[in-house]
Design a protein around this ligand. Structure first.
Ligand code: PRE
Length: 289
């Protein structure tokens, strides 16, 4: 039986590519309209696993997805990196200079803002996901509309490419969390954590001193407000242990400086790919077609 993977977006969305990279072609994607639905599908046993974007090299961390992972009955069991190449797609006959509106997922819009500085009259409008935006453009059949997304989605929905490689930086890579049910066995060198520091002077410095002492590599630290505790913050940390065997002892030492510690997942770190360019890609500037 095929593994069922919950993703945000429809056929041609980057989440589909992430799911294929993580689990191979022989999967069934359960397409969800938004990130909370992805977690619900996993919680409700409608899917075996889920794949969810958590950060991008241009548009940054999707902080609320860390909150969703923490609040859901799931855990991070892996990570997958996808190089993202953004294309502008529209119906045949449409031209860049005649566009009034470009739609896409907000993370994709944020990845391409520099390109649109030259076209201030074009409104950038948020859509559910990149592939959904492209599909809508195909249905509406309006030459004043275009959408940003993958070349696969542009082909899937019968659109034409108006411009390629329009992301603001060539190192455009999205990191996706692979999510499993809470019963999954845990092992690995990488740990994603949610912590609330004690409200005392030097609490963060003390925590980082432990990280330094145990030769732990801190790969991420971000903070999110705790709405119920005015101007207190939760930190999401990601750490890579020098050896998986120090897991218990390091968690014990870290917890000493904390009011709260939750482990969002323990898994093996994955290598981050370098984006590849094809011959017709213009590496320095976006290419208008
Ligand atoms: O809209 C899509 O195609 C998605 O898969 C979403 C998403 C994201 O959430 O960051 C995935 C990868 C890209 O960074 C742009 C958008």
């Amino acid at each position: 039986m095929k593994l069922k993977i919950a993703i945000q977006g429809i056929k041609g969305a980057f989440h589909e590519e992430a799911a294929i990279r993580a689990f191979g072609e022989n999967i069934e994607c359960l397409c969800c309209q938004n990130f909370p639905e992805v977690i619900k599908a996993l919680d409700g046993n409608e899917a075996d696993y889920a794949v969810m974007a958590i950060e991008n090299t241009i548009s940054g961390t999707i902080l609320n997805n860390y909150n969703l992972i923490r609040e859901g009955n799931c855990e991070m069991v892996g990570e997958v990196f996808v190089p993202i190449k953004q294309y502008l797609g529209a119906i045949p006959g449409s031209t860049l200079t005649n566009l009034r509106e470009v739609r896409s997922h907000y993370m994709a819009l944020n990845q391409c803002r520099d390109f649109f500085e030259a076209f201030p009259k074009i409104d950038l409008v948020e859509a559910r996901d990149t592939a959904f935006a492209l599909k809508e453009i195909a249905t509406l059949n309006d030459p004043g509309l275009a959408a940003i997304g993958s070349i696969n989605a542009i082909k899937e929905y019968g659109l034409e490419v108006l411009a390629n490689n329009i992301q603001s930086n060539q190192n455009n890579i999205t990191r996706f969390a692979i999510l499993g049910k809470e019963s999954e066995p845990v092992f690995g060198n990488k740990i994603s954590l949610s912590v609330i520091l004690q409200d005392t002077p030097g609490a963060l410095a003390n925590l980082l001193t432990v990280v330094h002492k145990l030769k732990i590599n801190l790969t991420k630290i971000v903070s999110v407000p705790i709405p119920d505790s005015v101007f207190r913050y939760r930190f999401y940390l990601e750490i890579v242990l020098p050896s998986p065997h120090i897991f218990e002892s390091s968690m014990h030492e870290i917890s000493f400086y904390l009011d709260d510690l939750e482990i969002l997942g323990r898994y093996n770190s994955s290598p981050c790919p370098t984006p590849k360019f094809e011959q017709n890609d213009n590496i320095l500037t976006p290419q208008l077609i």
